[in-house]
Write a protein that binds this ligand. Structure first.
Ligand code: HEM
Length: 166
């Protein structure tokens, strides 16, 4: 089985060498395609959440490009958990699924004529694996989940065992 990670890493190094940090271009393209999404980052006044999101995404992409275990490995599991976490942020699954293709297109564009067929194959694998992971997830109604703690926890005087730190 081909290990696509070297080509993937080379594509990132090429993109950075030619166009610098791709973060601004990636979020600009996300917000151009989905203008309502910019406001979702209302808590991110410093840019650190967007930076962390992208850093974790690159880490995940590297794992998705690896020859992987039958269970899909860490990258697939992380992508699935983040899709569910993002349900709670209010990010529709279709928008969530758009992020990796946007990252891929920014990297390919930055690479220009240096972007090789091997790099394209690595990204195609990543995008195909990510799409398969997301297609296999149970859907989400996106309905707000409001939990009344008194419905799910023992009576207040018996909660010591649940919250031993108190
Ligand atoms: C492959 C797709 C994605 C992955 C792996 C991913 C991953 C993450 C991670 C790890 C964080 C937490 C950062 C932190 O606080 O430390 C995060 C936060 C966030 N993500 Fe994503 N993300 C993805 C796509 C998207 C898309 C398409 C949107 C659309 C706008 C989005 C919106 C957000 C928002 C609004 C937050 C911050 C929530 C908050 O704490 O206020 N994400 N993401």
């Amino acid at each position: 089985m081909i290990d696509h990670r070297p080509a993937l890493d080379a594509s990132l190094a090429l993109a950075v060498a030619r166009a610098g940090d791709p973060q601004a271009a990636i979020y600009a393209r996300l917000f151009a395609r989905h203008p309502a999404m910019e406001a979702e980052f209302w808590r991110d006044t410093s840019g650190r959440i967007r930076g962390e999101m992208l850093a974790r995404t690159f880490e995940m992409i590297g794992d998705l490009a690896a020859p992987h275990a039958p269970d899909g490995g860490w990258g697939a599991a992380f992508l699935g958990t983040e899709a569910v976490t993002h349900d709670a942020y209010g990010i529709a699954r279709a928008v969530f699924a758009d992020f990796l293709p946007i990252v891929a297109s920014v990297v390919a564009q930055a690479g220009g004529d240096g972007f090789t067929p091997a790099m394209a194959a690595a990204w195609d694998l990543v995008l195909a694996r990510a799409a398969a992971v997301l297609a296999a997830l149970p859907g989400s109604s996106m309905a707000a989940r409001v939990i009344d703690v008194d419905d799910v926890l023992p009576p207040p005087d018996q909660r010591g065992a649940f919250f031993p730190m108190r």
